[in-house]
Design a protein around this ligand. Structure first.
Ligand SMILES: [Zn+2]
Length: 86
């Protein structure tokens, strides 16, 4: 299985600064990272950018990477949900 390391340009939900991260997005569309400017916890959800590739599968090996990510130049981050305990 090959790595899917991607360099992402993220926009912090808190301070609106942008920061770069290189993430291995092979099996995971959801990340949590700290903003390098204000240290706010940023949720990065790549699910909306996943696009299935419609291709006829050859043989019977199932290729799990028949999917591509179409990422915008700047990816917005989401505020983590911390209000569930109240
Ligand atoms: Zn920030």
């Amino acid at each position: 299985m090959k790595d899917m390391k991607k360099r992402l340009n993220l926009t912090c939900w808190n301070c609106h600064e942008t920061f770069e991260l290189t993430l291995d997005i092979t099996n995971q569309p959801l990340f949590s990272r700290e903003c390098s400017h204000c240290n706010a916890q940023c949720i990065i959800d790549l699910n909306p950018y996943r696009q299935p590739i419609s291709e006829v599968l050859r043989g019977r090996e199932i290729d799990l990477e028949k999917e591509k990510l179409i990422l915008p130049e700047q990816i917005p981050t989401i505020k983590p949900n911390e209000e569930e305990s109240s």
